[in-house]
Ligand binder design. Structure first.
Ligand code: FAD
Length: 432
């Protein structure tokens, strides 16, 4: 690589990594890049596999897609602004294979494969400080030849995803349960739950989605969660909501509301952990309680200024958010955005965190942006000097959320069409 260009390492070839690569590779006069992807394909979690334990390279399976999954956001708002979906007449909530194909097409369209090293696992990232500048030694392993190589970079962008390592709560008596027990990361198909009593723990997106699928085969589904008000929207008739699990005694599950039930199978839908196993101990990253510290603007490590974290905020519209975030990162690397001192970045981070905690938001939920997402997009888009989301995106998002709040079973039957920056049409028709 010529030494006058800034060398950028991108770790992970899911949608975040691809979008960053698209923007960095458009600037070949200033940057050179390598994108490392441990599997044999790009697309990250959208690359479905029947496997649940290890992949072809003997690494833990990355994808958490299940066989019948359809998106939980309409494709009209998921699409990346400079690469619209081809089949704009099809359903809005598409099968995961459509997204996988879309991401392959994106990589092809922007000629990204020239910069991508497939079957290449990043094993270690080490900061090296040279005359006040941090550079990064990235050690990667070719999974075919097992050869390891170390290359120096000027910036590292972490796009390694965070829906792979399941969070399993420590429930009293869980070792006494001898039914099947998996995390949603390993869930693929509902048929095996035919005639069974299934407990699904956790009622976030995956918990509800999997409960609906499994209920088509199971005798009964107990959807156990700690949401104080319970879920108001319609779920299948044989799905019963229960409080969280208090303790397990063999097949008998005791719930916090004092009720109990006999359970054959347990599926944990209890979220995931952020992990950066390749990162040097010299880089201080806190990943407890379902969030990452200390990260400025949900992107920049407050100590280093050239180490970036993609994919941290939850309850957002990830693909177009990555599109803006990538351009924000480039403006930092270009020197157009002057980051404040490390102390100021840390104190900004703490200020936002404390404000959320004071609002009564539990620490493990502070990454959920929800209503805050719109101001965040506008802020970083302005700083990056690019367009933020047009108003129609928020309108469709709000409509689809409202339909979901009414009925979990049918909201994916709506079809949205964008008319212009402000308006959309919506119609209802059952999708297969
Ligand atoms: P990933 O897609 O996880 O990609 C990370 C990549 O990094 C992988 O390819 C992995 O192999 C690679 N990698 C990891 N470690 C290394 C390493 N050490 N070396 C080299 N490569 C490495 N979002 C939506 O917008 N709409 C939806 O409907 C939706 N549904 C979802 C359903 C499920 C079940 C899940 C799990 C997520 C869903 N999401 C949805 C969120 C989804 O995760 C994001 O949209 C997005 O795909 C995240 O992309 P990513 O690039 O950050 O991570």
């Amino acid at each position: 690589m010529p030494s006058d260009k800034k060398r950028v390492a991108i770790i992970g070839g899911g949608v975040a990594g691809l979008i960053v690569a698209r923007h960095v590779s458009a600037r070949t006069e200033d940057y050179s890049l390598m994108l490392f992807e441990q599997t044999d394909q790009v697309g990250g979690t959208w690359v479905y596999t029947d496997r649940t334990e290890v992949d072809k390279n003997g690494l833990p399976v990355h994808s958490s897609m299940y066989k019948n999954l359809r998106t939980n956001l309409p494709k009209e708002i998921m699409q990346i602004p400079d690469f619209p979906f081809k089949n704009e007449d099809g359903p809005s909530f598409v099968h995961h294979s459509v997204i996988r194909q879309y991401l392959q097409d994106y990589a092809q369209h922007f000629n990204l494969f020239a910069h991508i090293k497939l079957n290449t696992l990043v094993k270690h990232v080490e900061p090296v400080i040279l005359s006040d500048q941090t550079t990064w030694l990235v050690t990667y392993k070719n999974m075919a030849t097992l050869e390891e190589t170390t290359v120096r970079f000027d910036a590292v962008i972490l796009c390694n995803g965070h829906y792979t390592v399941g969070n399993i709560p420590n429930i009293r008596g869980r070792s006494t349960f001898n039914g099947t027990c998996i995390h949603s990361h390993q869930y693929r198909l509902p048929e095996k739950y035919k005639g069974k009593n299934v407990c699904i723990l956790g009622a976030s997106w995956s918990g509800i989605d999997i409960a609906i699928e499994v209920s088509k085969y199971a005798k009964k589904v107990y959807l156990s969660h700690n949401l104080p008000e319970g879920l108001k929207a319609k779920i299948a008739n044989n799905v019963e909501q229960r409080a969280g699990i208090e303790f397990i005694d063999g097949k008998t599950f005791h719930f916090r509301d004092g009720t109990s039930a006999e359970i054959d199978d347990l599926i944990y839908c209890t979220g995931y952990k952020f992990t950066y196993p390749f990162m040097s101990d010299k880089v201080k990253i806190k990943t407890d309680d379902n969030h990452v510290e200390p990260i400025y603007k949900h992107l920049v490590h407050a100590d280093t200024k050239n180490l970036f974290f993609m994919g941290l905020p939850g309850i957002v519209i990830p693909f177009p958010m990555f599109h803006i975030q990538s351009q924000y990162i480039l403006r930092i690397l270009d020197g157009h955005i002057k980051l404040p001192s490390s102390e100021k970045m840390k104190s900004d981070y703490e200020k936002e965190k404390n404000m959320l905690l004071q609002q009564g938001i539990p620490i493990r939920h502070i990454i959920k942006m929800k209503e805050r997402q719109w101001a965040y997009y506008d802020e970083i888009a302005t700083a990056a000097n690019v367009a933020s989301f047009p108003p129609v995106i928020k309108k469709i998002y709000n409509h689809s959320n409202a339909m979901r709040e009414l009925d979990f079973m049918t909201y994916k039957n709506y079809q949205y069409r964008i008319i212009d920056k402000e308006d959309f049409t919506v119609c209802y028709g059952k999708q297969e």
